[in-house]
Design a protein around this ligand. Structure first.
Ligand SMILES: *Cc1c(COP(=O)(O)O)cnc(C)c1O
Length: 421
């Protein structure tokens, strides 16, 4: 009796919370906004939702079960693995599904450190995502020597410095393929060659690259590569780690024998199916989409540079992702610009989304040694599959208006305030 009462209380609470969410007047729907923050996350492709839904409803079996109701789910995971392998140009057996890009990055480095106790040195770069640099920071506090390679003012890596950093104790180089803030692309094939020559493992965080530029891992000596579904129109909370079949690997999660003993835990079936579909869509769309998205990004960037004086592009403009534009508007505080663009329903990013709310200047732009004003003034606009030319037109009206408004406000306050404030 008492138990029955508690259950119904819980049910009531659940129902009211669901109703509460739907009736929240402040929920902002995607139809109302211009979403230029595709490096933070992307909209689910409808084809992906359609493919994953039956695995949340009808096909709920455990892929490890012995009966057909489970085996059919196992087949769906196999198909997802094949589809992702096509996008990466690798063997299906080289794909390990994980819970996110962060887990993939952590797992690659943790594995390298478990292989040989005499090799605990890590080489990484100054512009990695927090999913790599915070992990390396922690490992260094626990006693692993970490060497961080810097970049030049355009965000390019110094490969000679990288090679000089390697020692017989080096376990792994972890360097991103493309930067999430600037879009700058690192020469990963050359890094892979340096690693191979020095018999050091090479992991790359390709989370911003997969689905945006072609990848063929079969022709590469990259040992491991991370990706995340929600950056390629799949769901959040699922990713993968490619592990070259000739490279040793030690798992981070220990338990069941899922993922060929490389990642324990019952598979997130619907999300894995979704990642497979997202990979298939990306492979089919890649060439055309890169051209279309690049044209939108270029039109946006050149027009903003024309219409807004004292604007700078951050990062190597020639060697970068087709979708990313990182701009500094001299004299403008990027946090204020973000808020005002938000009022015009335009979503973009001031530095990295993962640090919003923090007053820290972007570690990426600081590593490029840009002056403090240019670092504070930096905004990232990142385009994607579902952006339209009409949205670019709207953004090209809003951005110059907002920047000149903010500049007039700050020059007015500079007149009012005594010098030096
Ligand atoms: C988004 C992102 C990550 C983190 O991936 P999650 O799936 O959100 O954990 C790591 N590295 C880069 C470069 C990213 O863009």
């Amino acid at each position: 009796m008492r138990l029955g009462l508690r259950l119904s209380d819980a049910t009531l609470l659940y129902m009211s919370s669901v109703r509460g969410l739907n009736s929240l007047p402040s929920m902002i729907s995607s139809e109302q906004i211009i979403y230029l923050d595709n490096n933070a996350t992307t909209q689910l492709d409808p084809a992906v939702i359609e493919e994953m839904l039956p695995f949340l409803t009808r096909f709920f079996g455990n892929p490890s079960s012995g009966y057909r109701f489970g085996a059919q789910v196992r087949s769906a995971i196999d198909l997802a693995r094949q589809r992702l392998a096509v996008l990466l140009g690798c063997e299906p057996g080289e794909v390990v599904f994980t819970s996110c890009g962060t887990e993939s990055n952590n797992a690659a480095i943790n594995s390298a450190l478990q292989l040989d106790p005499a090799r605990q040195h890590i080489v990484t770069t100054a512009v990695e995502h927090s999913a790599t640099w915070r992990h390396c920071d922690l490992l260094s506090k626990r006693g692993c020597p970490v060497t961080t390679i810097g970049v030049d003012a355009e965000g390019n890596l110094d490969l000679e410095e990288l090679e000089r950093a390697l020692t017989p104790q080096t376990a792994i180089i972890s360097a991103m393929w493309a930067n999430n803030e600037t879009g700058v692309i690192f020469p990963v094939e050359q890094i892979a060659e340096i690693a191979r020559r020095n018999r050091v493992l090479f992991h790359t965080d390709a989370i911003q690259v997969v689905g945006k530029i072609p990848i063929r891992l079969a022709d590469s000596t990259i040992n491991s590569l991370s990706l995340s579904a929600h950056k390629l129109h799949g769901p959040k909370g699922v990713g993968a780690l490619y592990v070259n079949q000739r490279s040793a690997f030690k798992p981070s999660l220990i338990g069941g024998s899922q993922e060929n003993n490389r990642r324990a835990g019952t598979e997130n079936v619907a999300s894995i199916v979704a990642l497979g579909k997202a990979a298939e869509c990306a492979a089919a769309a890649l060439a055309d989409e890169a051209t279309r998205v690049r044209a939108m990004r270029d039109r946006f960037e050149t027009t903003v540079l024309e219409r807004v004086p004292d604007t700078f592009v951050n990062g190597n403009r020639r060697v970068r992702l087709p979708n990313t534009s990182n701009l500094s508007f001299a004299g403008v505080e990027s946090g204020a610009a973000l808020m005002m663009l938000d009022r015009h329903q335009l979503c973009c990013s001031a530095g990295s989304a993962c640090r919003t709310g923090s007053l820290d200047a972007s570690h990426v732009l600081r590593a490029m040694k840009l002056d403090a004003d240019r670092t504070r003034a930096s905004m990232r606009f990142s385009f994607g599959r579902f952006n339209t030319e009409t949205e670019v037109d709207r953004a090209l009206e809003i951005v110059p208006k907002v920047i000149s408004k903010l500049r007039s406000l700050s020059s007015a306050s500079a007149v009012r305030e005594p010098a030096g404030v």
